[in-house]
Design a binder for this molecule. Structure first.
Ligand code: NAD
Length: 286
């Protein structure tokens, strides 16, 4: 058996087209196009590429690019002042602080200044709390992108055994909560989990976000399971994930490729969050 490949690039294209339509409708209805303020501090080349891609996608969806760049030697007060300025600016629907920030800045303190309704990365304590309580709010982009992929490929979640490998604030924890919200029976694994493969073999839906190339092999997959690979690693032969995809594809029912699986969904969900934020701020959402 060779698993069906979940085409994240195609799903992301649909999400982005839907967002672009939503932006058109917002403007046609007398609203203002959403404005996304990406904030890049310093000159980390990988972060520059990520931010450039987000800005391009934002413009392609009909949104206003309100990008801001600060030099690496900026101090905490200057960075905080910029976040405060964007927080107060009605043209800014969403603020995205690109992480990591330079080591001598306190990124958590900067994130804490982003108002929850402009927190399009879903990383503030308030939005994390709303998710934990199962109440509406802006959700982290990568795990919400995984939920869209599962839905687009009709993967049943209610009562399903779901295993999430990783418990980061960015991916693992919110992923587990989103699956729980959809009535899956969720197990979270982490670096201290005993016999990872045995726990993973329970899963009808296995989401791997550990940041270790090839961590999950065929021995960790139940026949027919859906395996979602969040990991991204740049190697000599291009990108690869946390899953040994070639081996797992012989056992699983559905798998995501790397690249072209979860990755493209992250930016698509950032755009979706920015539109939602703008609609709520303009009194049209919620
Ligand atoms: P992280 O380093 O913050 O967290 C990794 C988690 O994996 C931790 O909770 C840790 O306990 C767990 N872990 C580590 N070793 C383990 C092991 N041997 N067994 C079980 N669990 C183990 O990483 P993160 O930010 O959650 O990202 C995870 C991966 O996803 C990375 O490769 C990252 O590049 C990728 N990522 C991709 C996207 C995307 O858009 N596709 C977005 C965010 C992160």
């Amino acid at each position: 058996m060779t698993a069906q490949v979940i085409d994240g690039t195609a799903v992301a294209r649909h999400v982005r087209a839907d967002v672009a339509k939503g932006v058109e409708q917002l403007v046609a209805g007398g609203g203002t196009a959403p404005g996304l303020a990406t904030v890049l501090i310093g000159d980390d080349p990988a972060s520059e590429v990520y931010v450039r891609n987000k800005r391009r996608a934002c413009v392609a969806a009909g949104m206003t690019d309100l990008h801001r760049h600060l030099p690496a030697d900026v101090d905490q007060a200057q960075a905080a002042a910029l976040v405060d300025e964007l927080a107060a600016d009605p043209a800014v629907s969403g603020i995205l602080l690109q992480l990591p920030t330079p080591a001598d800045l306190d990124a958590e303190a900067l994130l804490a200044r982003i108002p929850a309704e402009k927190d399009v990365d879903g990383l503030t304590t308030l939005n994390a709390g709303l998710l934990a309580q199962g109440r509406p709010g802006l959700r982290p982009c990568t795990p919400s992108g995984v939920m869209v992929l599962l839905d687009q490929y009709d993967v049943p979640l209610q009562g399903a055994e779901a295993v999430v490998v990783g418990r980061s604030v960015l991916v693992g924890k919110p992923m587990a909560q989103l699956l729980l919200e959809r009535n899956a029976t969720v197990t979270t694994c982490h670096s201290r989990t005993r016999d990872l493969a045995e726990v993973c073999r329970r899963a009808d839906v296995l989401v791997v976000a550990a940041g270790i190339p090839g961590l999950v092999g065929a021995d960790a997959v139940k026949p027919g399971a859906t395996v979602i690979d969040v990991g991204i690693h740049r190697g000599e032969n291009g990108l690869r994930g946390d899953v040994d995809t070639a081996a797992v594809a012989e056992v699983a029912g559905k798998t995501t490729p790397v690249p072209g699986g979860v990755g493209p969904m992250t930016i698509a969900m950032l755009l979706a969050n920015t539109l939602t934020a703008a609609e709520v701020q303009q009194g049209l959402g919620g």
